[in-house]
Design a protein around this ligand. Structure first.
Ligand code: NOJ
Length: 557
């Protein structure tokens, strides 16, 4: 087992070995339920991940982030945590976690785990105790319990809505059988919000941080970290609260980005720094870059996801603007900018870019909906990734994007698991389409995902053609493209570089990072490469021109 005594310090392979590794790291997100299934129950697990870590080493990533693998009723894909310091038997054991970590470290891959501090599961022992305790008790004070409005308390305490539709409050039945208080859940009713004004909640999370740090975890991705502190009195907010959260007349919504969150992050940072100075915190907060940057001031978290970049459609001016805006906001606080195009909450970018115009990221696509143009989507996705990986800072990849995997857009509605599908009255299909088990081999049960063909979400019948095994030795495959880009990114040290824009025709982005130049053609017509260009990598075949929807990396000879 890796413990605090055998602290990880990679040295020999050219991977960042110092305290600043995270400033340039490429971090690969694993959604454990869908990565690889070692025990054949149709659901991914930790031993499955360990067995496939060579794939990540070959790809050339610096770290992996594991979405939650904790005991959970899976009301929200594990983001409803029943025990923060254990492994769900469906995923394995703590010993399996230790083995995964040890193997990853052998391969010089760091491991980041998911911290879910805004809410737990309604099956968490503390919430179950709160349900049976009296109003006003210490047990209830760990959460946000309130009396309802109206003469008989039958109306929710305020007008907040859940991120998964419907009210953000659920009424309980008291121990004596009478209709009782309400509790707050910004997400599913199975996810009660912790009360971060209560010091006992803070202490408990510090214990959780130490638990994983002592086991050797290299850091935490922090789920909806901007929601921890709510405005005093929980005032009404009769406006939408979805997507990237913007201030209204200079005021943030009462459930997002309140000033009190920063003190919590400072405490965590001090705690992490008592280890070896190499453990990191990454903020998940759907905030505009200048607000997100406040979370990554030098004494707070290290990184924040750049969701504004992810939200930007395939359009040259918009992409250039968001790149500039992100770099400026992060430079102002001395933090690296991160880049991300896909994750487990949004339509995969290989499909997103196959639609004309903006797409609702978390809405989901059904078999009867307009389908994306697959070849176009993949072509643009490869070009977008090649642009992203040329940018200075740190980048996040989502499992399967290195295969060019499309969203599963024809899942049967009966298979859907995202809570938003039921809570929206079947209006919003949700995020299952990006969470389908990965294909590893062209054929065989579950395309190599595991021995059981009956996977927890069904795989589309053509997923085998995207399998890693089918792409490994295939020149021009998306997998080979990702490997090449990551190799060049490392050898040319693009993560620490500076971006300079160069003059370019309309709908073309042309920039330089050190000695590498990058041209992305977002227009319909090919554009010539400079005469002395020596092509190092291209998202589609390119010699003397950059074709439409293509990115080329080159140096000048
Ligand atoms: C963000 C996570 O990425 C998402 O999957 C989850 O539903 C919400 N936070 C609530 O935990």
């Amino acid at each position: 087992m890796t413990t605090a005594d055998s602290t990880y310090a990679p040295t020999e392979t050219g991977r960042p070995a110092d305290a600043d590794w995270w400033r340039t790291a490429v971090i690969y997100q694993i959604y454990p339920r869908s990565f690889a299934d070692a025990d054949g129950d149709g659901t991914g697990d930790l031993p499955g991940i360990t067995a496939r870590l060579d794939h990540l080493a070959d790809l050339g990533v610096d770290a992996l982030w594991l979405s939650p693998f904790y005991p959970s009723p899976q009301r929200d894909g594990g983001y409803d945590v029943a025990d923060y310091r254990a492994v769900d038997p469906m995923y394995g054991t703590l010993a399996d976690f230790d083995a995964l970590l040890a193997r990853a470290h052998e391969l010089d891959i760091r491991v980041i785990v998911d911290l879910v501090p805004n809410h737990c599961s309604d099956q968490h022992v503390a919430f179950r105790a709160a349900l049976t305790a009296a109003p006003g008790s210490d047990e209830r004070a760990l959460f946000h319990f309130r009396d309802g409005r109206g003469p008989d308390g039958s109306l929710p305490p305020n007008d907040w809505t859940s991120m998964f539709e419907g009210p953000a409050w659920t009424r309980i039945t008291e121990a004596d059988g009478t209709p009782g208080q309400w509790y707050l859940h910004l997400f599913d009713p199975g996810q009660p919000d912790w009360n971060w004004d209560n010091p006992a909640v803070r202490e408990d999370f510090e214990t959780t941080l130490r638990f994983w740090l002592d086991r050797g975890a290299d850091g935490f991705r922090v789920d909806v970290c901007d929601a921890l502190v709510k405005a005093p009195g929980l005032p009404d907010w009769p406006r939408p609260t979805h997507g990237v959260i913007e201030p209204v007349d200079g005021v943030m919504p009462p459930m997002w980005d309140q000033e009190g969150i920063h003190e919590i992050f400072r405490t965590w940072r001090r705690l992490l720094d008592t280890y070896d100075g190499r453990r990191i915190l990454c903020a998940e907060a759907w905030l505009p870059p200048e607000r997100a940057a406040r979370i990554i001031r030098p004494d707070e978290m290290h990184q924040a996801f750049n969701f504004r970049f992810l939200e930007t459609p395939w359009q040259a001016d918009g992409l250039r603007a968001v790149i500039d805006e992100s770099l400026a906001a992060n430079d102002a606080v001395g933090a690296p900018t991160t880049w991300v195009l896909s994750n487990h909450d949004v339509m995969r970018h290989a499909s997103r870019f196959g639609y004309d115009g903006p797409v609702e990221l978390e809405h989901g696509v059904g078999a009867d909906d307009p389908q994306p143009d697959r070849p176009l989507g993949l072509r643009r996705a490869r070009a977008a990734t090649a642009l992203m990986l040329a940018l200075p800072g740190s980048a996040y990849l989502y499992q399967g994007e290195e295969l060019g995997l499309p969203e599963a857009t024809e899942l049967p509605d009966t298979a859907r698991q995202d809570p938003v599908w039921e809570r929206s009255g079947h209006r919003i299909r949700g995020r299952d389409g990006c969470r389908v088990p990965l294909p590893w081999t062209e054929d065989g049960p579950a395309f190599g995902f595991g021995a059981n063909p009956d996977t927890w979400l069904p795989q589309p019948s053509d997923y085998g053609s995207y399998a890693a095994a089918a792409q490994r030795d295939h020149p021009g495959s998306t997998l080979r493209l990702y490997r090449r880009l990551l190799e060049l990114r490392r050898s040319y040290r693009l993560g620490t570089g500076n971006l300079r824009w160069l003059q370019s025709p309309h709908r073309v982005l042309h920039c330089a990072n050190g000695s590498i130049e990058v041209m992305t053609n977002l227009g319909p017509a090919p554009v010539p490469l400079p005469p002395a260009a020596h092509v190092l990598a291209a998202s589609a075949p390119a010699t003397d021109h950059v074709p439409a929807d293509t990115t080329v990396w080159f140096t000048r000879t």
